[in-house]
Ligand binder design. Sequence first.
Ligand code: GTP
Ligand code: MG
Length: 204
Amino acid sequence: MLIKTAEYLQSEADWRKCPSPNLPEYAFIGRSNVGKSSLINMLVNNKSLAKTSSKPGKTQTINHFLINKNWYLVDLPGYGFAKISKTTREKWQKMISDYLLFRENLQVVFVLVDARLEPQQIDIDFINNLGEKGIPFAIIFTKTDKNSSGKTMSNMQKMKNVLAETWEELPLMLKSSAISGAGKEEILNFIEEINQQYHSNIAL
Ligand code: GTP
Ligand code: MG
């Protein structure tokens, strides 16, 4: 898919105030600092669209971007950020879980995990929770430029093994790098396929 336009729309702490749910939507979630905002920028060829930072905890709201005037990308805050108060953490958790549960046009949640790490309990818990709630998701292994491809493959396999203990069907797993652009075509093609299904269902 060719990205022709990518526009920032709005940042909200409440899913009810998000843009009208009349277009297919894709959200990026994962541990703080895993590279959600950077991956969004890489996908849409704009290094400064979503705000990134070397310090975790940068993204703090639900951020909507309109792509090709036809679908939404959503940048979410990360989970597992240690340096916030219990009250703020609970507020973020509720903001994210309500958004994931109630956002009716949400097609797929991309759960980002660091390709350099073996499966982390916090990611597995989050993924299992999505599965239990029946929220469609795919996993993206980020920062592959910082890792050997053998190590990335081995961490992906380990994640498959862990998830296979609980789930019969495994989610789609993709690799990405915001630096090299790896994964761009696969992710955008996957989104395009779903967009086509969405629009043909609407036309029926
Ligand atoms: P929060 O909004 O704080 O939860 O973080 P985030 O998940 O949005 O991460 P962000 O995109 O802000 O990136 C965090 C840090 O990782 C930044 O210093 C990025 O430059 C770096 N980074 C992100 N993606 C990649 C990647 O693919 N490769 C490398 N080498 N660095 C990356
Ligand atoms: Mg961010």
